[in-house]
Design a protein around this ligand. Sequence first.
Ligand code: FAD
Length: 430
Amino acid sequence: MKISNWAHNTSHDAELISPTSVVELKLLVANYDQIITQGNQANYNDCALAEKIITTKQLNKITEFNPDTGIITCQSGVNIKQLLTHITPQKWLLPVIPGTYEATIGGAIASDVHGKNHYHFGSFTEHVLSLSLLTAQGQIIQCDRSQHHDLLLNTCGGMGLTGIVLSVTIQLIKISSSQLVSKQIKTTSLKNTLLTMEQHTHEDYMVAWINGSSSKEQMGLGIVNLASHSDQDKQTAAVAPIKKPMSLPISWLLNPITQRLFNWFYPFKARYKIKHVDLFTFFFPLNKIKDAKVLYGKKGVTQYQCVFPQEHSYDGILELLLLVKKFKQTMYLISMKKMGPANKNTFSFPLKGYTLAIDFKMDQRLKELFTQMDETVTKYCGKVYLCKNRRISKEVFQKHYPQYVNFKQVKQQVDPQGKFQSLLSQRLGL
Ligand SMILES: Cc1cc2nc3c(=O)[nH]c(=O)nc-3n(C[C@H](O)[C@H](O)[C@H](O)COP(=O)(O)OP(=O)(O)OC[C@H]3O[C@@H](n4cnc5c(N)ncnc54)[C@H](O)[C@@H]3O)c2cc1C
């Protein structure tokens, strides 16, 4: 059976196994030589692909929730949508929310995902109080900040290579309402976009849309989207139902011409006017479209996401955008987020600075472009994001994540035969 990822940019012949209990899962892990875990395939590369894939989809129970303390325990197959639907009526929220509600809690831990508020709350795993991990040798290890801390730091962001996260305890944050007060600010250049973001760090959430059709001189202009939790207590809005995704499965709809038209029209929508939006509308714009990736055509979509330290963000981002322009590749969606400091995870992606993500339609000609983009990222002391990058080489990876040596030591202790392997880990030599 051919298994792909969310972006439909690669696939692999694989056996997909869906255990219904931890007992069954333990037996499977004991019986197979090589496996990888899959949450909901909401990634852009080959991190959850291998010949044998174990999906946690049926291990999706919320086992404990204390509405007084906001501490929740769930199995790793619970997805973000399920969790938010459970907690927001009681005015609790996940401190960190990625751009898709399809991701599972296990996947959010393995990629240590970030949201539109990294500058306030860091990334997902910083709010994990403890987790239990099923290792290659069949042990279930409880990891937290005081026991098996090293294993925790290598499992969080460890792309599923230390074992299978079974269950997780998370500290939620209290909110006054899940309604957000949002506004948009148009910017005139990359400098202006960065300055606008620096001036609005008091807002709870922030993300910039960059217009990829602008001229060389204006490259980096766009719209900064800001939002903060409303202080009005709107109980009904807090439980606003999730709308059914819109069906738009027409791949020709997205091409360089329609993209230019979109880039021209979209800024007219932006205005400083304050509006109230519900949480799902703000956080998950792509989930509003059923099968959004289908819009990119049969070959799928690929995303290039990287991060630059603060002092190199302007130069690094500008150079990347101009490089893509030189290669005459259409940038379908460009977003930029402000990031806070890195955490202690071995494969921590964030750096205090800015992250840039660009969506491209899959195309063989991207190979040379991406190689040059990698060089630019390295030159400005940045790094690429592991769960988005489909083709980073082992050499570039080792430059961006020099702590891989520490990871390999931990992996050797916990999985000496290399049972947990994916196409990604084989490519990166992990
Ligand atoms: C539209 C879209 C928007 C996104 N926006 C963001 C964003 O804003 N910020 C961000 O950081 N990321 C973002 N992502 C990336 C996404 O959050 C991550 O790829 C996430 O890991 C996907 O979770 P998943 O459960 O689908 O895991 P999968 O995609 O199935 O797997 C991802 C990795 O997690 C491992 N894994 C999954 N479950 C477990 C488990 N139980 N135990 C151990 N390892 C496990 C897999 O082996 C694999 O290495 C986005 C993705 C999409 C498609």
